[in-house]
Design a protein around this ligand. Structure first.
Ligand SMILES: NC(=O)c1ccc[n+]([C@@H]2O[C@H](COP(=O)([O-])OP(=O)(O)OC[C@H]3O[C@@H](n4cnc5c(N)ncnc54)[C@H](OP(=O)(O)O)[C@@H]3O)[C@@H](O)[C@H]2O)c1
Length: 250
């Protein structure tokens, strides 16, 4: 796909992986509607890139999903790529998580991405064209102690995304499901719940934000679809871990 001029939504564009994907897309000439809660960080990107529009929105509120797609169609005049990236984890054993922690992880990580995809499909199916990226995690292949609600939300999203991919067989709409190891250089582990670990070092299938963003943008350029494992070795873990019934600690 020619990224120059492509109309793209990136959720979680204020920092980490989403920000880097948005920047790389912008550098390739794409028009990007970036969504996040941090208004200031979105404004920074607007000042730096002419083709970037920031939309402050809290994805735990489903109304946001309608606003995002309506704004994209109105402001950009179409939609070629939706990158469902926004997400977060609250660390803690099940009994240490509040109802609110559980609800917000499920809403932001899973339900909002499903609703955005659902609404984007109205447009994409009519055009019979488009790409939807789902940012997932290797945590869906093994139990990670302290990440039950996060893993559940991403596992649910993985099921949705994989099934959608098959439902769209025979159309020109591509689904790219990205399974990530641990990514350094993002604010993911800055969530207050992770504080008790102090200065934790990357342990499992480490990769960098730069590598992740580059591989995703390359995959978009090549019209890749299906599963993308970053790092590639995660593919093997995905096959073996479910058989072993393992649980690992962070
Ligand atoms: N880092 C890792 O090791 C790792 C591993 C596997 C998968 N992932 C996945 O990669 C994705 C990006 O994470 P990251 O590592 O880049 O973390 P990050 O640096 O913390 O960035 C998370 C992004 O999500 C946005 N976000 C969070 N809650 C939101 C809400 N309620 N409404 C709107 N936006 C919200 C944040 O924006 P605001 O705070 O401005 O709202 C931010 O832009 C997530 O889906 C995560 O699950 C990360």
């Amino acid at each position: 796909m020619e990224l120059r001029g492509s109309k793209t939504i990136v959720t979680g564009a204020s920092k980490g992986i989403g920000r880097r994907i948005a920047e790389l897309l912008l550098e390739k000439g794409a028009v990007v509607l970036g969504v996040a809660r941090s208004t200031e960080k979105l404004r920074e990107l607007e000042e730096k890139y002419e083709n970037f529009h920031g939309l402050p929105c809290d994805l735990s509120d489903l109304q946001c999903c309608h606003t995002i797609i309506d704004t994209a169609l109105r402001e950009m005049g179409g939609l070629d790529i939706l990158v469902n990236n926004a997400g977060f984890a609250v660390y803690g054993m099940v009994w240490e998580q509040s109802w609110k922690d559980i609800e917000s992880q499920v809403m932001v990580n899973m339900v909002s991405a499903m609703c955005l995809a659902r609404k984007a499909l109205d447009y994409m199916l009519e055009k019979n064209n488009g790409t939807i990226v789902f940012i997932l995690t290797g945590a869906v292949f093994a139990s990670i102690l302290g990440l039950s609600a996060y893993g559940a939300s991403k596992s649910g999203l993985s099921y949705f995304a994989e099934t959608l991919r098959h439902e769209l067989d025979g159309t020109r709409i591509r689904i790219l499901n990205v399974y990530l190891g641990e990514v350094t250089g993002t604010e993911f582990f800055k969530n207050p719940g992770f504080k008790r670990m102090g200065n934790r070092r990357c342990k499992y299938f480490c990769t960098t934000v730069e590598t992740v963003a580059k591989r995703i943008v390359e995959a978009l350029e090549k019209d890749s679809e299906g599963r993308l494992y970053i790092p590639r070795i995660l593919w093997l873990a995905a096959k073996i871990a479910p058989i072993l019934d393992i649980a690992v600690g962070l």
